[in-house]
Design a protein around this ligand. Structure first.
Ligand code: SF4
Ligand code: SF4
Length: 463
C-alpha cells in the first residue's frame, strides 16, 4: 500500500489473490442447522476467507487489498462511528504527520501555517479534540533512540549490519513475512506515529487517538500487536478530504487567520511546545534518520566532515563521516527508497552474508570521496553502511499512497512529490536538538519472522 497502491486502486475482491502469500483460513458458514446435504443441489454460498488487517503484508500486488481488509478496521467511517460513541470521560487526540500537512495544505491552496491553524481549529471545534499535535516530539525520540542504539551496535561488531530502519511498515511487513532473513537487521526502535501515540496515552489513558498519516501501511503499523492501543485509528489525507465532503464541511471556514499560534498551544498536551511538535528536523522528508545518525556521530568526532554520495538513482543516497585528516570513514548511513532499490539491496545483503565491515576496504573507499554535496567517484553502497533508512515508496514518505497527489502518471506524480519535498525543507523549521529530547522508556518493536506455510498460494505481488 505504498505509492504503488492507493485507495482508488482498491476493489471489492474478498478472496486472496493468486499471489497472496498469507496463509488463509476459510470459514464455512452453516447453511442449515442439521448440516445435511441435499443430493443434486449445490450451494451457491462462497466460503468466506478470513484475513485480518494484521495479516496483510502490504505488498502492493495483492488483490486482497480490498476495502474489506484495509478500510474495515481503520477508516474515517470507523473513526466517525467511534467518535459518536465516545464515552463522556474519553478524550479525543489527533496527530498529523508533516507529509500529510503539506499535502493537505497544497490541496486546499493554503499556506502551511494557515492550514495547520485551520486543521487544529476544525478538529477542536467540530470534533471537540482536546489535543491536536504534530509528530515531531515522537520523531525526536525515534531519532535519539536510533542514534543511541546504532552507536551501541557499532561498538559491538557482532550485530548484523547494516541496521535497517523500521519506521516504514511497508518494508517491515515485507521483511517479517517475506524475507525473514532480514529480521535480524531490523532496528527495533518504534516509529514517530507509535511513539506519539504512546506519549499521548501516557497523558490520559482514556484517550482515543486518531492519526492522519501519508499511507495506508500506517494502518497496518497501528494494528501491530507490539503497538496495541497506541493509535486507535489511522486515516490518510485522501480519506480526510472525503470525510469532510461527507460531513459537508469546508475547512476554510475554520481557517481564521486572526488566530495566533496560541490555538496550537491550547491544543497541546501539558509540557509539549508547539514550536517543537509542529516542526521537523534536518535530513530527508521521510524523517531524516540516516542524516541524523551521521550528524550524531559527527558530534562525537570533532573536526570530521560529512560527505554526501549520490547513488545510481535519486532514491539512493549515502552519508559518510570522514576523518578530515586521512579520509577514513568514521561512520556512514544511507537512504534506500522504492521497491526496486530495496530488492537490489536485499539481494546484495543475501549474497554478501557479511556481518561486519572490513576497515581496510572502508579506508580504500574513502580515498575516492569528494567534498560535501558533490558526487563521489566511488558510488554509494548502502549495504556497506552502518544504517539504512529504508522506505517502500519511491521518493519516500513525501510520495505516500495516501497523499493527495491526484496524478496517475508516475512522472507527474514524482514531480509533485519533488515540489512537496522542497516545501518540506522551506516551510518546516528544523528543531532537532538531542540534548532537549527527553524520554523515560525505550520504545521497541518486537519483530518475528513469519514462516510461510505450505498451504500458501504464492503470488502476484510486485516485490
Ligand atoms: S499478499 Fe497481500 S497485501 Fe497482499 S493481502 Fe495477502 S495479504 Fe495483504
Ligand atoms: S515510505 Fe512512508 S509513506 Fe511510503 S509506505 Fe513507507 S511509511 Fe508509508
Amino acid at each position: 500500500m505504498s505509492a504503488l497502491l492507493s485507495e482508488n486502486d482498491l476493489n471489492d475482491f474478498i478472496s486472496p489473490g493468486l499471489a497472496c502469500i498469507k496463509p488463509t483460513e476459510t470459514i464455512k458458514e452453516e447453511t442449515s442447522s442439521s448440516n445435511e446435504l441435499e443430493v443434486g443441489k449445490e450451494s451457491n454460498e462462497v466460503e468466506k476467507v478470513s484475513i485480518s488487517l494484521q495479516d496483510c503484508l502490504a505488498c502492493s500486488g495483492c488483490i486482497t487489498s480490498s476495502e474489506e481488509i484495509l478500510l474495515g478496521q481503520q477508516s474515517y467511517t470507523v473513526f466517525l462511528e467511534a467518535w459518536r460513541k465516545l464515552p463522556e470521560d474519553s478524550v479525543l487526540a489527533v496527530s498529523i504527520a508533516p507529509q500529510s500537512r503539506l499535502s493537505l495544505a497544497k490541496y486546499y491552496k493554503a499556506e502551511l501555517d494557515d492550514f495547520d491553524r485551520g486543521f487544529v481549529n476544525f478538529m477542536h471545534k467540530y470534533f471537540g479534540a482536546r489535543y491536536v499535535v504534530g509528530t515531531q516530539i515522537g520523531r525526536n525520540i525515534t531519532i535519539k533512540q536510533t542514534n543511541e542504539e546504532l552507536v551501541r551496535r557499532k561498538q559491538f561488531e557482532a550485530s548484523a549490519k547494516p541496521a535497517l530502519c523500521a519506521v516504514c511498515p511497508g518494508f517491515v511487513l515485507y521483511a517479517e513475512k517475506s524475507k525473514p532473513e532480514l529480521v535480524p537487521f531490523l532496528l527495533d526502535v518504534k516509529s514517530p506515529q507509535q511513539i506519539t501515540g504512546s506519549l499521548l496515552k501516557q497523558k490520559n489513558k482514556n484517550i482515543y487517538h486518531l492519526a492522519v498519516m501519508p499511507c495506508f501501511d500506517k494502518k497496518l503499523e497501528a494494528s501491530r500487536k507490539d503497538g496495541e492501543n497506541e493509535v486507535d485509528c489511522v486515516i490518510t489525507p485522501r480519506e480526510f478530504v472525503t470525510m469532510l465532503g461527507e460531513l459537508q464541511v469546508d475547512i476554510n471556514d475554520y481557517a481564521d487567520v486572526s488566530q495566533s499560534r496560541s490555538l496550537l498551544s491550547a491544543c497541546s498536551p501539558e509540557g509539549w511546545d508547539p514550536e517543537i511538535h509542529w516542526a521537523s528536523n534536518e535530513g530527508s522528508s521521510s524523517g531524516g534518520f540516516a542524516l541524523q545518525y551521521v550528524l550524531h556521530q559527527q558530534k562525537m568526532h570533532p573536526g570530521s566532515e560529512v560527505h554526501i554520495v549520490e547513488g545510481k538513482n535519486s532514491d539512493i543516497t549515502e552519508y559518510r563521516l570522514l576523518n578530515s585528516v586521512d579520509g577514513e570513514i568514521l561512520a556512514s548511513s544511507s537512504q534506500v527508497y522504492g521497491f526496486r532499490n530495496i530488492q537490489n539491496m536485499v539481494r546484495k545483503l543475501s549474497n554478501s552474508g557479511t556481518k561486519a565491515r572490513n576497515v581496510k576496504v572502508l579506508r580504500k573507499r574513502s580515498a575516492n570521496t569528494t567534498s560535501r554535496g558533490g558526487t563521489s567517484a566511488s558510488a554509494a553502497d548502502p549495504v556497506k553502511t552502518d544504517f539504512v533508512e529504508v522506505m517502500a515508496c519511491p521518493g519516500g514518505c513525501i510520495n505516500g499512497g495516501g497523499l493527495l497527489n491526484g496524478e496517475q502518471n508516475s512522472s507527474r506524480r514524482r514531480a509533485l512529490a519533488k515540489t512537496l519535498d522542497n516545501e518540506y525543507r522551506d516551510r518546516l523549521p528544523s528543531v532537532y536538538n538531542e540534548s532537549n529530547v527527553d524520554y523515560d522508556m525505550p520504545y521497541k518493536y518486537s519483530f518475528s519472522p513469519v514462516e510461510k506455510s505450505s498451504d500458501v498460494v504464492t503470488v502476484g505481488n510486485t516485490w
